[in-house]
Write a protein that binds this ligand. Structure first.
Ligand code: 1GP
Length: 249
């Protein structure tokens, strides 16, 4: 059977770029998490991510994962903000180190605490460097991030290169959920120049134009959460998929 990592690499090659849809396990919008995941899959998403930096209810998280898994065929990947984000039932986990945190807990301690359950639950760990850009977002606050300004692409590139040297195969450039500004294409390009692995970019992306620019600059996947959570149309999501796939083909 193909691993999630193999699926991602193969899909990226075939489609040009991928859309990951993030569903907060504490989603209390009018549509259920399972319905949102189903609509996302229908609109062309390649992955459902479940998690978030303030999602701490492990029971709700496990339930959400179970419901989503029942409703879609595409892989479900955990996106934990803490050890509470490690639950059974998903296909894989972004096993992330928050590289630019000032708090060692988010760089290696939470990972050590979470690792035994990753093994026990049979989750495929995707070794990920999580790098937070900008400030003022929940993830920036919770993760004690040492701010990388949006206009300092070289700083993000340094972290991404160090991730590569440490053997991480994924880099996630994160502006934060609901961020006012997304990671700029210049920064994505600077990271792409040095990082050879799978590059994920998320935070504040709401339309096809921005998504297209980020993919053109070198992202392999973009993440969209808030837009959908707030009831954004799945027609726009389908447009985003179409745009990012045509940019890199
Ligand atoms: C947040 O990158 C993700 O962790 C998605 O961001 O919610 O702003 O789409 P948005």
């Amino acid at each position: 059977m193909q691993s999630v990592e193999q699926y991602l690499t193969a899909s990226r090659k075939k489609k040009g770029a991928l859309l990951f849809v993030l569903i907060d396990s504490e989603n209390d919008g009018k549509n259920s998490a399972a319905q949102l995941a189903k609509d996302a899959e229908k609109s062309g998403a390649s992955i459902i991510l479940v998690g978030g930096s303030s999602a701490t209810d492990q029971i709700a998280m496990a339930e959400t994962v179970k419901n989503i898994k029942r409703s879609v065929k595409i892989p479900v990947i955990l996106f934990p903000g803490n050890v509470t984000g490690v639950v059974p039932g998903a296909d894989a986990i972004l096993f992330s180190s928050l590289l630019n945190s000032d708090n060692p807990y988010f760089i290696s301690q939470a990972q050590a605490l979470g690792a035994p359950n990753v093994l026990r639950f049979g989750l495929e760990p995707l070794p990920t460097a999580y790098i937070i850009i900008g400030e003022g977002t929940t993830v920036w606050h919770v993760g004690s991030a040492r701010t990388i300004p949006f206009d300092k692409p070289s700083l993000a590139a340094m972290y991404a290169l160090s991730a590569q040297f440490m053997g991480m195969r994924f880099v996630y450039l994160e502006a934060g959920s609901g961020a006012k500004s997304n990671v700029r294409p210049e920064m994505v390009a600077a990271v792409r120049k040095l990082f050879k692995g799978f590059l994920i970019v998320g935070g504040g992306i709401r339309n096809a134009r921005t998504a297209g620019e980020i993919v053109k600059a070198g992202a392999d996947a973009i993440v969209i959460g808030t837009f959908i959570e707030k009831g954004g149309s799945f027609k726009t999501i389908a447009d985003i998929v179409k745009t990012i796939q045509s940019v890199r083909k």
